[in-house]
Design a protein around this ligand. Structure first.
Ligand SMILES: Cc1cc2nc3c(=O)[nH]c(=O)nc-3n(C[C@H](O)[C@H](O)[C@H](O)COP(=O)(O)OP(=O)(O)OC[C@H]3O[C@@H](n4cnc5c(N)ncnc54)[C@H](O)[C@@H]3O)c2cc1C
Length: 1011
């Protein structure tokens, strides 16, 4: 055995011996808590329900509510009630007035196990006890989910106050180890940057750093004066780069350059943690003053893997626990090797990780009082005691705060304690032998799953464009990941694309008909709504002649294209998807200029276009092969599809590439010939999409690009006898006209026109009495004001139960007041300009109407001087019959309606002409089921934003006056572009028939296509 491993085992065993001298179960509080945790470890479903129940409990006020939730959460766990819970519920039903407070008390006690105190006074009492045990502290203020600048200011002020109080209280405290005290001030605070700025976005680190620095500087200054230490905690990956940059930037400022008492966290579960640590060390050397690093594995593993799974991107974390452990050990050595510039702290409860750090320190001759072990309050008490006994420096991480803001922290701790992979569970709950627990993690890494890609691939049949005929779309389709603006590289690419797009402002773009570029004498300028004097480009204006030309070209092309094998058509879309991906930043930049989309919204639009191409290609492969209707002897009947003919696509400006691309690509892949007309406000985006298809090799006439006035060419083509299908997305007014006009059969018309009509919404979200308010506010604000409320899915009516009304409003308005409004060319902007002057005037008119009908509860005051900027506005006292509650405004205006209960909420939510999106915030399983079943909306979203549908995952579209019931990005969308056909053949000859007929056959093509 290698000497180091031997040493680790010896030290590990020594720690275990000391631990076993004071045996303690995993959960130091016996009784209720311990039993629940034991159950959780046995039964995953019970654990999920329990943690959900624990998370909602502090926000329940009435005993009856508590009992109802208890029942709803546990009624069907473990195929019926768990005996312990069953008895509990039965008792609770009989004595709710006793049971509810007892439950609440028990959960508070559970939280108290991990929370060192509700206020500075309580925390100080705890710290005194620890001092007697020679354990130091770092205090963290709970409640990092700030939704407004008011909350961020309060949080910062609390830290300031805490610093003063702790310094006062610990004036006479000396270092417990009485050596190297200069490296380890007694007072130590842990700060999370997200709690200091409510508008942090990963794409705008400079802006975040500027804001957070203004809050952090006074705290650092005061800490330096008082001789205290400040540690910056590390949160989710999205904030990691900003946190590192901030730390380096602020500590290089002249006033802090020579201050050694600041630290930061490195999370060893991150694949890029080694590079980050080396970079920090390099920075520290240049700075010339020591700093501290707390090395941890990381607290957000589940969150990071779930998030990446949703986005289809590689998780930033290792996927095998021993990889994190091994990396922790590797970085431990790096820290010790650089002890001259960095003071290490090891944040772990894992005896193997701890013993390894001890052994490496000895190997490198580092005094055990020059680094510290940090452990969480309420966890691994015996290990802390053992380490103190061995003469090591121990500091406890002590959260302070009330139960409600502390819930996220509590749930993280419960998860950690019961995690299958966790050390604590293995040692204290499952009594895994020491030898096992002390094994070298490198030996435990399984080579097969070491690659991230392997894991992604093994998760179902989630391969790109899986052409399986049986898999459902959701199973076999893989969305393009969003660009992650966490990375500097992505930020730089976007900045450079914006610079390049700026150079090309004012370019002229032709029509594209029958494979040729066509120019006319009329050019239409398209302006930047954030700077209306700036012309983004000119589109060539088509008149009736060009429209006629396009119909003829399309008609001619249709006759060939319709007989082109579907595989070829699908490949065309995939080539277009690849080009969109290659030109992704460039196209996003054009959207920023032409329609005022913030960066990430623009990127999401291009991603959606890519997804549409790949998804419809996949769906065409599914639909393209004729399918046997029934297995009968002597006859085969195959069901298959033909394209309809010439499709006219009319798209809006708010998703200027995605929606145009979605409708056009669906038309093309199904074998129709398409004429696409972009919105008059987004001609340049439309022209760029045409370029993409041209490069992808679309045959002449199969896709034609016609920009011009809707009232002229739009109306002409809708009525045209040679147009067989109209795919429209836009306003209700225009949609209804098209619907009506298409119903008239004109002389010479071959087909009954099919209209795909997607119109507006008056979308509502209901907030239940028990909703998680952090999430409610964050998602409501985003749904209502993201991209200036100009999504047909945007939230425009927030329906609050009267019980909850004040609590929501109290946070909603400051959250709206904190939004960043500005030119979306800058990163991190949430609210940009509305599309054009008519929209600007119309929305302002609605605001005037709102002022007369309802109460203006909030309106932003500071707006950029130029451009069509509308202040985010909130109306209260809105009644369902008011115009602001019924009519689509399509801007950053939110109406808040107060209702008695969920019955009324559902009635109000469903009581408009529209049924597009709708949402519900609740933690009551029964209420959630009820809303899922009853809310009148094409897309219902629970506990999340009501915008941002993803192709394949959330087929999108509404009914009533929101649309004709089609679902873009859904399995059945392509059927709208097709006519079904059945071919039946008698295959028997004199009573003799083949035994089996294949389920699928080749396409009906003549002349037969070559294999
Ligand atoms: C004092 C202190 C401060 C901390 N501060 C922070 C902080 O600022 N930011 C932060 O993110 N964390 C922080 N942590 C870490 C976090 O809260 C956990 O306590 C820690 O990750 C648990 O690691 P462990 O070594 O104690 O236990 P172990 O049981 O050895 O390790 C558990 C950890 O392994 C990792 N892991 C679990 N499953 C897998 C898997 N399948 N693949 C790869 N890795 C996996 C996770 O990080 C998990 O937390 C802190 C911890 C302490 C003790």
């Amino acid at each position: 055995m290698a000497p180091l491993q031997l040493e680790i085992e010896q030290r590990g065993r020594r720690i275990f011996e000391l631990v076993d001298q004071h045996p303690e179960s995993l959960f130091s509080k016996a009784g209720f808590y311990q039993r629940l945790m034991t159950l959780s470890m046995r039964d995953e479903r019970f654990k999920t329900q329990l943690f959900r129940f624990v998370a909602v409990l502090p926000s329940l006020r009435r005993s009856s509510e508590i009992i109802e939730h208890l029942e709803q959460y546990f009624i069907d766990t473990n195929d019926g009630l768990h005996p312990l819970v069953g008895v509990g519920i039965r008792l609770a039903r009989l004595f709710p007035w006793i049971s509810a407070p007892v439950l609440r008390w028990n959960v508070s006690e559970m939280a108290r196990q991990f929370i060192a105190g509700r206020n500075p006074h309580e925390v100080i009492a705890t710290l005194r006890k620890r001092r007697a045990q020679k354990i130091g502290f770092t205090v963290d203020v709970l409640g990092e989910a700030v939704v407004s600048e008011a909350e961020a200011d309060e949080h910062a002020a609390f830290y300031g106050d805490l610093l003063e109080k702790l310094t006062r209280e610990t004036r006479d405290w000396t270092d417990p180890l009485e050596k190297n005290a200069d490296l380890f001030p007694v007072v130590n605070l842990s700060v999370k940057i997200s709690a200091l700025y409510s508008q942090i976005t990963p794409d705008a680190p400079a802006e975040a750093i500027a804001h957070v620095s203004t809050k952090l500087r006074p705290l650092l200054n005061r800490a330096r004066d008082l001789g205290a230490f400040i540690n910056i905690d590390m949160e989710s990956y999205a904030l990691k780069n900003t946190t590192l940059q901030l730390f380096k930037a602020i500590l290089t400022e002249p006033e802090f350059k020579d201050w050694p008492h600041a630290g930061i966290v490195i999370q060893a579960y991150l694949r890029d943690s080694e590079a980050d640590l080396l970079d920090l060390i390099e920075w520290g050397r240049t700075r010339g003053t020591r700093f501290a690093v707390r090395l941890v594995k990381g607290a957000y593993w589940d969150y990071e893997t779930t998030k990446s799974g949703q986005n289809g991107s590689n998780p930033p974390v290792f996927l095998q626990k021993p990889q994190s452990d091994a990396n922790f050990e590797k970085l431990t050595r790096v820290l010790f090797q650089n002890n001259a510039v960095v003071t290490p702290a090891f944040g772990s409860h894992n005896v193997r990780s701890i013993a390894h750090a001890q052994a490496v320190a000895d190997e490198l001759g580092i005094d055990r009082r020059r680094f510290e072990f940090q452990l969480l309050y309420g966890m691994a008490g015996p290990i802390k005691r053992a380490l103190v006994g061995m003469g090591y420096r121990v500091r406890e991480y002590c959260p302070i705060g009330e139960l409600l803001p502390g819930m996220a922290y509590l749930v993280r701790r419960l998860l950690e304690n019961t995690s299958n992979e966790g050390f604590l569970r293995a040692k204290f709950a499952e009594n895994v032998p020491a030898k096992e627990l002390l094994r070298d993690p490198k030996e435990l890494i399984k080579p097969a799953a070491a690659g991230i890609a392997d894991r992604a691939a093994s998760k179902g049949s989630n391969h790109k464009n899986g052409a399986s005929l049986h898999a459902t779309a959701g199973d076999s389709f893989r969305n393009a990941p969003l660009v992650s603006f966490i990375y500097k590289d992505s930020q730089d690419k976007m900045q450079s694309a914006l610079r390049e797009a700026r150079k090309r402002l004012g370019e002229k773009h032709p029509l594209f008909i029958g494979g040729e570029k066509i120019w006319t004498d009329n050019l239409t300028p398209s302006v930047n709504p954030a700077e209306p004097t700036e012309i983004v480009g000119y589109g060539t204006e088509a008149g009736i002649d060009e429209a006629e030309h396009a119909v003829k070209a399309a008609r001619a092309a249709f006759e060939t294209w319709r007989w082109t094998p579907f595989e070829e058509r699908a490949r065309l879309l995939e080539r277009a998807a690849d080009i969109l991906e290659r030109r992704r930043y460039e196209l996003s930049a054009v959207e920023v200029f032409e329609v005022g989309k913030p960066w990430s919204e623009a990127d999401a639009d291009i991603r959606e276009a890519i997804d549409f191409c790949n998804f419809y290609a996949q769906q065409m492969r599914r639909l393209g092969r004729p399918k046997l209707t029934q297995q009968v002897p002597g006859e085969d009947s195959y069901h298959h599809y033909w394209p309809r003919g010439v499709a006219f696509v009319i798209a809006p400006w708010n998703f200027p590439i995605a929606i145009l691309c979605g409708m056009a690509s669906a038309g093309v892949v199904t074998g129709n010939a398409v004429i696409m007309k972009p919105s008059e406000q987004s001609i340049i985006c439309g022209a760029m999409l045409m370029e993409v298809f041209e490069e992808a090799g679309v045959p002449p006439g199969v896709l034609n690009f016609l920009s011009g006035h809707g009232s002229v060419i739009g109306a002409h083509l809708v009525d045209h006898k040679d147009v067989d299908l109209i795919a429209f997305t836009g306003s209700r007014e225009v949609g209804l006209k098209i619907w009506e006009s298409a119903g008239i059969t004109r002389p010479g018309q071959r087909e009954l026109k099919r209209v795909i009509c997607e119109m507006g919404g008056k979308n509502a979200m209901i907030v239940d009495a028990d909703a998680d308010l952090d999430e409610t506010i964050m998602y409501s604000i985003y749904s209502a004001f993201g991209f200036q409320g100009q999504k047909c899915s945007a939230l425009s009516r927030l329906i609050l139960l009267e019980e909850n009304y004040d609590r929501v409003m109290e946070r909603l308005i400051p959250a709206a007041a904190s939004l960043r409004i500005g030119n979306p060319e800058q990163p991190g902007i949430m609210v940009g300009p509305v599309i054009d002057e008519p929209a600007y005037r119309r929305i302002l008119e609605y605001i005037e109407i709102g002022k007369k009908e309802a109460t203006l509860a909030y309106q932003a005051k500071e707006l950029p001087p130029h451009g069509y900027f509308i202040p985010p506005t909130i109306f209260t006292d809105v009644k369902p019959n008011m115009r602001v509650a019924r009519e689509e405004i399509f801007g950053p205006v939110l109406s808040v309606l107060k209702v008695r209960d969920l019955d009324e909420a559902l009635e109000v939510a469903s009581g408009t002409d529209y049924a597009l999106t709708g949402g519900f915030f609740s933690r009551s399983p029964d209420n959630i089921e009820r809303v899922k079943a009853r809310l009148e909306a094409g897309n219902v979203y629970i506990n999340r934003s009501c915008t941002g549908a993803i192709v394949g995952r959330h087929p999108f579209g509404g009914f009533k006056m929101s649309g004709s019931g089609t679902k873009a990005g859904g399995e059945d969308y392509l059927l709208n572009f097709l006519v079904p056909r059945v071919v039946t053949e008698n295959t028997s000859r004199h009573g003799f028939a083949p035994e089996q007929t294949p389920e699928y056959r080749d396409e009906f093509l003549w002349p037969k296509s070559k294999p």
